[in-house]
Each structure stands twice: as structure tokens, then as C-alpha cells.
Design a protein. Structure first.
Ligand code: ATP
Ligand code: SF4
Length: 323
């Protein structure tokens, strides 16, 4: 069953006299209980896409067209009150510095209770405390954390608290935006393992934004590869990351070590992302692609669907050329 359907989404930032096309004509369907990793280099539009789901983008400068349908409701077209009912209750978002939004002068437990009451104003204190302890247990935190201040927590504990917070209302969709990236490899591995267990228990659907393909290969069922705002390849991890059809996915895979590998051995892909405010012709990756052909500089490849929900936008596999 489809839980989130993103249709022809375009997002432009109007800033400093430029129009930065951060997401371009992107369509993606996410099924209930999917775990999907959105990968791509820095600046490819991953966070912009994820933040658009909960309308977290700066409204004054962002121009959004298309649809983001969550369980039949277009999130881009509901009013603030309707959105408030969905935010955190149905869809929760954890980012790298989620804990920064907590007050440094109040204890964790008190702040979590207050946040819980925003949606459940009649809940009794005892019931809330039990709920928080249950969540601490789920993310492997001791009850003692309830009485600690944010500055008393390690990085790993902070991210566990952020994840516990995001689960306060048992959301159906959890968006993790580089939520474990800053942690050491061991802590990251532990937290990801816990999240996978939680998904089975709570029947969660997860979107995971990361620049690290190895994390996706270890923790997600599906993957979507973004580059300069475009979705270039998507499908099951077992297909896409085992035998990628798109040259960019191949480059991305070559440039990252395994989860346990040496982070210093990151190779990076030669060249850099194009100017997102410039007009371009043909394939957006053509300037950096080792396999480019003449047609790639003239015509934009359309997304072609293969079996098993595998989609690829590249002239090498399409044989069908854009307008
Ligand atoms: P990273 O991994 O570095 O977070 P990303 O793939 O998540 O990168 P985004 O952060 O979504 O990419 O950025 C996509 C493009 O939009 C980039 O060119 C970025 O500079 C631009 N951008 C992002 N946020 C804003 C903003 N608030 N104002 C203007 N431009 C922005
Ligand atoms: Fe490379 Fe051409 Fe495919 Fe683009 S369309 S990725 S330039 S082969």
C-alpha cells in the first residue's frame, strides 16, 4: 500500500537574485513499511526533498510545485492546522542536530513530557512518564536520562533521545536526515540496528537521508539516488546497489567504503555538481560521466522503468530519448 507519493515535485530557492533548482520534476512512491535510503553527494537536494514533506523549508524563499500525497492527503495543500495534526504524530523528522532544539536549562524528561502534551493535552503525568521510559528502553537508554540535562549526554545518547522523541506518538513515517552521520562507527551501527528492530515492532516506514551508500545497503530495503535535484535511479537495494544501471550510482558506490571501512579512504567523484541556477541541456551528469555519448549533451534522458520497480534515467539503458 502506498503511504507517500511524491509527484512531479519541483523546488526552487529564490535567493541572492538566483533561482536555485534544488529538486527537479521528482516522482517517488514509498510503500507502507518501506525503508528507503535517499543518497547523493552534498548539494544533490536530499534534505530539501525530505524537509518539503513536512513543509519545513523557509517559506519566503522556496517555490514548490507538484504533490506530496501522504495517505491520500496532499501535504502541500492542507492548512497549517491540518498539517499540525500530522506533524510528529503521523510523520516525524530527526536531523543531525535535533537535540539543539531542546532547552539547555530543563531536564530531558520534563521537556519530553511537555512535547507529548502538545498533541495529548489530557494525558496523565504517570502515563507520560511510563511512555517515555518505554521509549528509552526501545532506544537503549537508561531511565536515569529522564533527570539529565542535554549537556550531560554524549553524542550517541543525544541521538537516541532525538529518536525517542520522534517516536513519542508512534508516527507512521520516520524521516532520518543524516541522523547518525556525526557518530562514531560503532555507535552509528548500534543505533541503526535498534531502528531496524523498532520498525518491525512499530510497523514504521522510514526515509533515510544520507550521503553514505554503505549505511543504506546495510539498513534499507530500497534506495533512491539523487544528483543535482534529479532522481537518477531507484529500486530495491538488492538490485540497484548490487548491479547499478546508472553511471552515477556506480561512481557513488566506488567512492564510499563499507560501514566498517576506513572513512579516510573516501575517494570522491571527479568534478563537481553543476551550478543549479544555470540552464543546462541534456543529461545533468554529462560533464562528469565517463560513459557519456553525443546524445547525452543534447537530450535529457527520461526515466525508464524495469521490472521490480527499478527506475533509471540514462541514455545507456533507455534507448528512448527525451524531447
Ligand atoms: P547535504 O548532504 O550537504 O545536506 P543535500 O543533498 O541535502 O546536501 P540540500 O541541502 O537539499 O542538498 O541542497 C540542495 C541545493 O539547494 C544546494 O545547492 C544548496 O546550496 C541549496 N539550498 C539548500 N538550502 C537552501 C536555502 N535555505 N537557501 C538557498 N539555497 C539552499
Ligand atoms: Fe552518462 Fe549519458 Fe547516462 Fe547521462 S545519459 S549518465 S551522460 S551515459
Amino acid at each position: 500500500m502506498s503511504l507517500l507519493n511524491i509527484n512531479n515535485l519541483n523546488i526552487i530557492y529564490n535567493t541572492k537574485g538566483k533561482r536555485i533548482k534544488a529538486v527537479r520534476d521528482l516522482s517517488l512512491n514509498i510503500e507502507s513499511q518501506d525503508s528507503i535510503g535517499i543518497v547523493g553527494e552534498s548539494g544533490s537536494g536530499k534534505s530539501t526533498l525530505a524537509m518539503a514533506i513536512l513543509r519545513l523549508l523557509p517559506r519566503e524563499i522556496s517555490e514548490i510545485t507538484g504533490g506530496i500525497i501522504f495517505d491520500g492527503t496532499d501535504l502541500l495543500r492542507i492548512d497549517e492546522e491540518e498539517l499540525r495534526q500530522i506533524k510528529w504524530k503521523e510523520i516525524a523528522y530527526v536531523f543531525q542536530k535535533s537535540m539543539n532544539s531542546l532547552s539547555p536549562v530543563h531536564k530531558i524528561g520534563l521537556q519530553m513530557s511537555d512535547i507529548y502534551k502538545v498533541h495529548e493535552s489530557n494525558a496523565a503525568d504517570k502515563e507520560i512518564k511510563e511512555r517515555i521510559f518505554e521509549l528509552f528502553n526501545l532506544v537503549n537508554l537508561s531511565k536515569g536520562v529522564y533527570n539529565l540535562y542535554p549537556h550531560e549526554l554524549s553524542g550517541g545518547m543525544m541521538q537516541r533521545v532525538s529518536i525517542a522523541l520522534s517516536l513519542l506518538h508512534y508516527p507512521r513515517l520516520l524521516i532520518l536526515d543524516e541522523a547518525t552521520t556525526a557518530l562514531d562507527v560503532v555507535t552509528q551501527g548500534q543505533i541503526l540496528e535498534e531502528i531496524i528492530k523498532l520498525e518491525e515492532k512499530l510497523k514504521l516506514t522510514r526515509i533515510m537521508i544520507t550521503h553514505d551508500v554503505s549505511v543504506v545497503s546495510l539498513t534499507c530495503k530500497k534506495v533512491a539516488v539523487m544528483y543535482a535535484g534529479y532522481l537518477l535511479e531507484s529500486g530495491y537495494v538488492t538490485d540497484v546497489l548490487s548491479s547499478p544501471k546508472h553511471p552515477y550510482t556506480r561512481e557513488l558506490l566506488n567512492s564510499y567504503p563499507s560501514l566498517t571501512g576506513d572513512r579516510n579512504s573516501l575517494k570522491g567523484i571527479p568534478g563537481s555538481l553543476p551550478d543549479l541556477s544555470a540552464v543546462h541541456q541534456g543529461c545533468i551528469f554529462a560533464d562528469r560521466c565517463k560513459e557519456s555519448m553525443d546524445i547525452c549533451f543534447i537530450s535529457e534522458p527520461k526515466s525508464i522503468e524495469f521490472s521490480n520497480d527499478w527506475k533509471v534515467a540514462c541514455h545507456l539503458v533507455g534507448g528512448v530519448y527525451g524531447d
